[in-house]
Design a protein around this ligand. Structure first.
Ligand code: IMP
Ligand code: MG
Length: 180
């Protein structure tokens, strides 16, 4: 299935599960005795988010935010707009933003500035994937699952034109699909 769209599996189900568990343990240790509000960035972060929060021991709240920086396909527009804001105020709270991937850094730079202006107690970024070679803005995540090369990936929440988010692994999209 999906043989035409997928070039190869980059990160397997087992590798993801192991790393998500490690990140959960690390975060639980770092925030011992503190409560954390996890902010899921829709839509790409949702699968990672759902797995990660179940690896956290301690007091957890969740919220959701949606910003969009991508046009259609695999090219970024460079602009970020708010699509759905958080449901609750974050002032004085420990916030961890959970994202699918840091690519150019445009989205998270915007999001981090926006959330910081609301005066949380702390603000950290957790991303499943990081593509440092693609940065347009200097940006560093605090918790990273996997650093990857400059290849367009889908699955485990990540899409190509809103499709393939449901694949259980992180896969490299076949370049023929987007003419790369
Ligand atoms: P940035 O603003 O360029 O850092 O990109 C942020 C968003 O672009 C991510 O949250 C993804 O939704 C999307 N994106 C970047 N690279 C990929 C990819 O390889 N596959 C799928 N989505 C991607
Ligand atoms: Mg995204």
């Amino acid at each position: 299935m999906y043989d035409n769209e997928i070039k190869r599996v980059l990160v397997s189900k087992e590798q993801i599960a192991r790393r998500v568990k490690e990140l959960g343990e690390q975060i639980s240790r770092d925030y011992e005795g503190e409560s954390i509000t996890f902010v899921c960035t829709l839509r790409g972060g949702c699968v990672f988010f759902a797995d990660l929060i179940r690896e956290i021991s301690g007091d957890v709240e969740i919220d959701f935010i949606a910003v969009s920086s991508y046009g259609a396909g695999t090219k970024t527009s460079g602009e970020v707009k708010m699509v759905k804001d958080l449901s609750s105020p974050i002032k004085g709270k420990n916030i961890i933003v959970v994202e699918d991937i840091i690519d150019t850094g445009v989205t998270l730079s915007y999001l981090k500035r926006l959330l910081a202006s609301r005066e949380p107690k702390s603000l950290k970024i957790c991303s499943l994937l990081d593509k440092p070679s693609r940065r347009k803005l200097e940006f560093e995540g605090d918790y990273i699952g996997f650093v990857i090369e400059n290849e367009y990936v889908v699955g485990y929440g990540l899409d190509y034109n809103q499709k393939l988010r449901h694949l259980p692994e992180v896969c490299v999209l076949a370049p023929e699909v987007y003419g790369g």
